[in-house]
Design a protein around this ligand. Structure first.
Ligand code: FE2
Ligand code: FE2
Length: 202
């Protein structure tokens, strides 16, 4: 067993609620599976998946303080929607508390909520694993996404971004500009594969 990962789990279990800890384990395992299929570093995927929500249970004002102290103050969209704070704050904690210095792992944590244009393979894996890990409740696109993720990572990424944006709009909320920019980037890059989206509809 990887000792570093076992120690991260022990620390995380103290920092997170039981629900969030179980979710983090789910993202760890799902990231590992996606890394195996798509040829990413499996240990890096496990660590990024495990730690992606490490700041989730830190109070919002404390998250803001941590980010400001690290010289990475929140963007306006993160002040407007505090649920976005934990991604960038998580990257700071992963570096300063858990000792992670791999920039790709830190970026996978930093961009796991809204994504960004031109994401690395590891960033895509954690973004997708966060959405589809087995503890997540079943959404209408979940079966299709879980199937597609092991076949075409970019199609899956775009599908999730689309789903998240339409959910945000349905609720009458304004999408985060960063999330919108990431979606626009991939929408212009990728021609949707309808057969992948309709795999169970015949
Ligand atoms: Fe998160
Ligand atoms: Fe998460």
């Amino acid at each position: 067993m990887n000792k570093e990962i076992i120690n991260f789990r022990k620390d995380l279990e103290k920092d997170l609620t039981q629900h969030r800890f179980e979710h983090s384990l789910g993202v760890e395992y799902t990231s590992a599976c996606l890394a195996i299929v798509h040829g990413a570093d499996v240990t890096a995927a496990r660590i990024a998946g495990l730690l992606h929500d490490c700041a989730k249970c830190v109070p919002d004002d404390e998250q803001i303080r941590i980010m400001e102290k690290a010289g990475q103050p929140p963007l306006q969209e993160e002040y407007d929607d505090h649920s976005l704070l934990h991604a960038k704050c998580g990257a700071v904690l992963a570096r300063d508390k858990f000792g992670i210095d791999d920039e790709d792992i830190l970026n996978a944590i930093r961009f796991h909520t809204v994504g960004r244009p031109n994401m690395s393979l590891l960033e895509k894996i954690v973004y997708i694993a966060d959405f589809m890990e087995p503890n997540r409740k079943d959404l209408i696109i979940m079966d299709g996404v879980r199937h597609a993720a092991f076949i075409d990572i970019d199609q899956t990424l775009l599908w999730i971004m689309e789903g998240v944006l339409s959910f945000v709009k349905q609720k009458g909320l304004v999408p985060a500009p960063s999330g919108l920019a990431a979606y626009e980037y991939y929408k212009n890059q990728i021609k949707i594969d309808e057969s992948l989206r309709n795999w169970r509809k015949d």
